[in-house]
Design a protein. Structure first.
Length: 554
């Protein structure tokens, strides 16, 4: 097994995940089967209990693991399916060591960070990197490991130490260290400054890790003299200083790295033959160039809790991009804060209200993504009503399906107080429960207790738009993350009025896919289709939204 270990310095948010995924793409292009591991040095066991507005979206895996969004980047870039164990956190490592200690596995020893925690980390990496992730049965050939945070943080130090030791455990010739840093630009002439990188590499080397490659984020391509200077100060060859400058779209990054020789340097470092499959990279190049060429726009209104961190909806954005690409359009997302659409706030928010509705009315399609809690719900309900009544394409994901159902119950079934148990204080007092708490869900523990991960949804009808979009299959398997569901007692009444649940779970009770009759495209899914979308293979419900938005048949 070959390992590429990606660390970061100076500051977070440098795009380490994208760097690591792009390196993975290059390794795939020399014929290696590549998997990946993300290390997050926080104490949470997983990302499930973390706010997406602080930390970015919670990505959901097939096995129900709720993990860091970088695992989504790996799945999309490398076309693999990971497991919860591919996301290592301090919380998981400590839980495992403490459990072993209680079992008596350490035979009377004092249990310490070194060697017990650091050994646990290394064992974990070796075990998990061998799990097949590309659908074949054998272990992968190579694993890209990304260490979250920045080197020098207190939290990451046991991981840095474990990775330092790891090069001796598996052999230095099987490990390539890549350090991602920042080269800021200062002053009127735009001088590229090397000092932050010098410092972070010095720190990394002080911890016993010498980088083989230094990837420098900067706005413009790195000048040769800057590369030379960094090489001299950071104990690498000049060609090993890589420029990660701004590019027109993400898919250009593997190509930019390839032009700088990253592929051959990594292959050299790991001692693998470079039987380069240029066909593979050609596919990426084509995609990257195509994305830059689209002239016509498609406008999608995203109605959610918008806080300025677009990472909170990362996979949804990706799935929209994949499907816009499929209909040859440039994607424009209009973010609409749903509280602004709520007419009951009108008096105090005239300006916000008219701006929000102005944007909504310009949209070619409307998307209500997943969400929790009752803030902004009434605005989303009004957006769903507008889409339903005016024939504008609508896709509701998870919460978005529940919203569409509530709206339909209120305005078509005349159940004026219809709501979700999630959004009212005393759900016993709610006469018309359109959406109810699922019986099997814990009321005391929040972490990892939702209905999570891949589940099968058989179609309940012979023919419908969604079935066609999925290629005529009889069932689909998609990923879930929810606590509430459409009230099974109301389904007959709702369906009688034309809102049909064309996909239900295997018991035939639980609503999974909703389609409205006599509407160009008004669809909801209880699952999150965005997690399985891939470039070149867009998620069918998203593709449907896009096709309807540009007026194509499906
Ligand atoms: N809050 C809703 C539920 O728990 C929707 C969840 C979601 O959109 N992921 O069912």
């Amino acid at each position: 097994m070959k390992y590429v270990i990606v660390t970061g310095g100076v500051l977070s948010g440098l795009g380490k995940g994208i760097t690591a995924s792009s390196i993975g793409v290059l390794m795939k292009s020399v014929g290696l089967r590549v998997t990946s591991i993300k290390i997050d040095p926080y104490l949470n066991s997983d990302a499930g209990t973390m706010s997406p507005f602080e930390h970015g979206e919670v990505f959901v895996l097939d096995d129900g693991g709720e993990v860091d969004l970088d695992l989504g980047n790996y799945e999309r870039f490398l076309d693999i399916s990971l497991t919860r164990d591919h996301n290592i956190t301090t919380g998981k490592v400590y839980s495992s060591v403490i459990e072993k200690e209680r079992r008596g596995d350490y035979l009377g020893k004092t249990v310490q960070v070194i060697p017990h925690i650091t050994d646990e980390i290394q064992d974990w990496i070796e075990r998990v990197s061998a799990i097949p992730t590309d659908g074949l049965d054998e272990a992968p050939d190579a694993c890209v490991i990304e260490l979250g945070g920045t080197v020098g943080d207190i939290e990451s130090s046991p991981f840095v130490e474990a990775l330092r030791q790891f090069q001796f455990r598996v052999g230095r010739e099987n490990v390539c260290f890549v350090h991602v840093s920042l080269v800021p630009v200062m002053g009127p002439v735009g001088e590229q400054k090397t000092k932050p990188t010098q410092h972070t590499v010095k720190e990394l080397r002080g911890l016993g890790i010498t980088p083989d490659l230094i990837v420098c984020r900067s706005s413009e391509p790195l000048q040769q003299e800057i590369k030379d200077k960094l090489a001299a100060f950071c104990h690498v060859e000049p060609r090993a200083v890589i420029s990660a400058h701004d590019v027109s779209n993400l898919y250009q990054i593997p190509m930019s790295f390839e032009r700088q020789g990253v592929r051959s340097m990594i292959a050299e470092c790991l001692g693998v033959d470079t039987t380069e499959d240029d066909q593979f990279l050609e596919g990426w190049r084509e995609m990257a160039d195509r994305v830059d060429e689209f002239q016509d726009e498609v406008r999608i209104a995203m109605v959610g809790k918008y806080t300025g961190l677009s990472d909170s909806y990362l996979s949804v954005i990706k799935a929209l991009q994949h499907s816009a690409m499929a209909v040859n359009r440039r994607l424009v997302i209009d973010w609409i804060e749903s509280t602004d659409l709520d007419s009951s706030n009108l008096d105090s928010n005239q300006d916000g209200y008219s701006k929000a509705w102005g944007k909504l009315e310009l949209a070619d399609g409307i998307l209500v993504p997943g969400g929790f809690g009752n803030r902004g719900v009434e605005g989303k309900i009004e957006a769903a009503r507008y889409a339903r009544e005016s024939g504008v394409p609508y896709l509701g994901i998870c919460l978005g399906l529940q919203i569409a159902t509530i709206e339909f119950c209120r305005n078509e079934l005349g159940l004026l107080d219809a709501n979700s148990e999630e959004f009212v204080e005393n759900s016993e007092d709610l006469a018309n429960k359109a959406v109810v708490f699922m019986p099997e869900i814990s009321k005391t523990h929040m972490g990892g207790t939702m209905r999570l991960g891949s589940k099968v949804t058989p179609f309940t009808v012979e023919d419908c738009k969604m079935k066609r979009l999925y290629g005529g299959v009889t069932e689909v398997s998609e990923r879930h993350r929810h606590r509430y569901e459409v009230n099974p007692d109301l389904i007959d009444k709702i369906e009688a009025k034309g809102m049909i649940y064309v996909g239900k779970d295997e018991t035939g009770q639980r609503c999974e896919i909703m389609e409205l009759e006599d509407h160009p495209y008004f669809v909801g899914t209880q699952y999150h289709p965005e997690f399985k979308s891939r470039p070149g293979r867009p998620s069918p419900p998203f593709l449907g939204l896009m096709k309807a938005a540009v007026g194509q048949n499906m």
